[in-house]
Design a protein around this ligand. Structure first.
Ligand code: VJV
Ligand code: CA
Ligand code: ZN
Length: 388
């Protein structure tokens, strides 16, 4: 044990349930809920659970889900049957394809990760926690009446709606390698939520194909949501230095102009180097520096998961980020504890498996210094139109 103790005057609430982790999207589907088991075992082998208030995730109620999703979509999601191999019938709501398959227990899976984000948001709204963590959430592509990109229910939108009951303004930040289109769309016409997503954007070639720099909100002037969508389109191979500089600079500007009452941070781990679907060269240190920066702002902070398709790297990042939330990152032994279940998963990369060392073929960085500066300049001008 690293002797991790509960920080004084500081509460982190941790929301999880093994029932979520046992679901399967199907053979060789990139989304693997057991990456949550791997993350949890790493967190617990460091003894970090002892420093948090731990809660078992529960299913969201029908009423809670209807805060965002349409009744007909929820009806279908609840009753959808796993297709037989010879069944070619297409399902509505973008369900049943290879990205969003219908699998055993789908509705329980969705309701539970949503229930966890809703509970986490309520802990913050009721001032019962300073940071609330739900690594099973962060499913940012789900729409009001449509599944999309491995996401069926948008727990982030539901959590933000909870926060808005008590707080005037919420800043949403999304460091998943994909564009946070579902959250952006849900609050497109609102001036109470500022959405900021950093993602790979390459015309229509990378999912979901939206999130260009000039998509800043509704274009009809007078719509309260105008200018309240911030998009940071990036190219392959961005490194820690550029990524963290962009993050701190842009989030800093958002804070000044928008003065949020709380921050919701989607910590998608597919922006890490070596991700099966991602294209960036961000390390555990850089990814974690974004979480540390948000914590340093002293606002109620909701951390949710998201993408992440190289499970051993996902577990490293989210264990490291849990330690940042608690404030024990500096004292954590970088060598992964010997008694970690599934230790084999961390053996492949290094001779001495460490928490922060991930394997990633260093991709050439296609982001020039000029490009990065131009992005900041453009967002600076956009934010001049945003006033709290
Ligand atoms: O690019 C797409 C859509 C297609 C149609 C479906 N085929 C399978 C892939 C191309 C246009 N979808 C993306 C969705 C990414 C979702 C990311 C979610 C998050 O991280 O942002 C938040 C949790 C995509 N990229 C890769 C795949 N789908 C993919 C899906 C598979 C697969 C391999 C790759 C589904 C099943 C199997 N292999 C067996
Ligand atoms: Ca993103
Ligand atoms: Zn993603």
């Amino acid at each position: 044990r690293n002797g991790i103790t509960r920080p004084k005057g500081w509460t982190v609430s941790w929301h999880s349930n093994p029932a979520i982790e046992k679901h399967h999207f199907g053979h060789s589907h990139p989304m693997k809920p057991w990456r949550l088991t791997l993350s949890k075992s790493l967190i617990m082998s460091y003894g970090m659970h002892a420093a948090m208030d731990t809660y078992e995730s529960r299913v969201a109620t029908r009423e809670e889900l209807e805060d965002f999703h349409s009744e007909d979509y929820l009806d279908f999601l609840k009753t959808a049957k796993v297709a037989l191999p010879d069944d070619t019938e297409v399902m509505p709501y973008n369900l049943g394809g290879s990205d969003c398959p219908v699998f055993d227990g789908l509705f329980t899976y969705c309701s539970m990760y949503a229930g966890a984000s809703i509970d986490a948001a309520r802990k913050l709204a009721n001032e019962e926690a300073d940071i609330a963590v739900n690594w099973s959430g962060g499913l940012h592509h789900a729409k009001k009446a449509e599944a999309s990109g491995f996401c069926y229910v948008n727990d982030i939108v539901l959590a933000i709606l909870q926060l808005l009951r008590k707080m005037p303004r919420v800043l949403y930040i999304d460091i998943d390698v994909h564009h946070g289109d579902g959250v952006e769309e849900a609050f497109w016409s609102s001036d109470r939520v500022l959405t900021l997503s950093m993602h790979k954007y390459d015309g229509m070639n990378f999912f979901p194909g939206t999130g260009d720099l000039d998509r800043t909100g509704p274009i009809d002037e007078g719509n309260p949501g105008a200018h309240h969508a911030i998009n940071v389109p990036l190219l392959d191979g961005i490194d820690d230095e550029q990524y963290v500089w962009l993050f701190k600079t842009i989030v800093g500007m958002c804070l000044e102009q928008f003065r949020p009452s709380a921050i919701v941070l989607q910590c998608g781990a597919d922006s890490l180097a070596g991700d099966r679907l991602g294209r960036f060269n961000v390390q555990v240190q850089g990814h974690g520096a974004c979480i540390a920066f948000c914590k340093s702002l002293g606002l109620p902070l909701l951390l949710v998961g998201g993408g992440g398709y190289t499970p051993r790297n996902v577990a490293r990042a989210w264990a490291h980020e849990t330690s940042i939330a608690i404030g024990c990152d500096a004292t954590l032994d970088p060598i992964i504890p010997d008694h970690t279940p599934f230790k084999e998963y961390f053996r492949y990369d290094t001779i001495f498996p460490t928490l922060e060392q991930i394997l990633g073929d260093p991709r050439p960085n296609r982001n020039s210094a000029k490009r990065v500066n131009d992005i900041v300049q453009s967002i600076r001008e956009q934010l001049r139109m945003v006033n709290f």
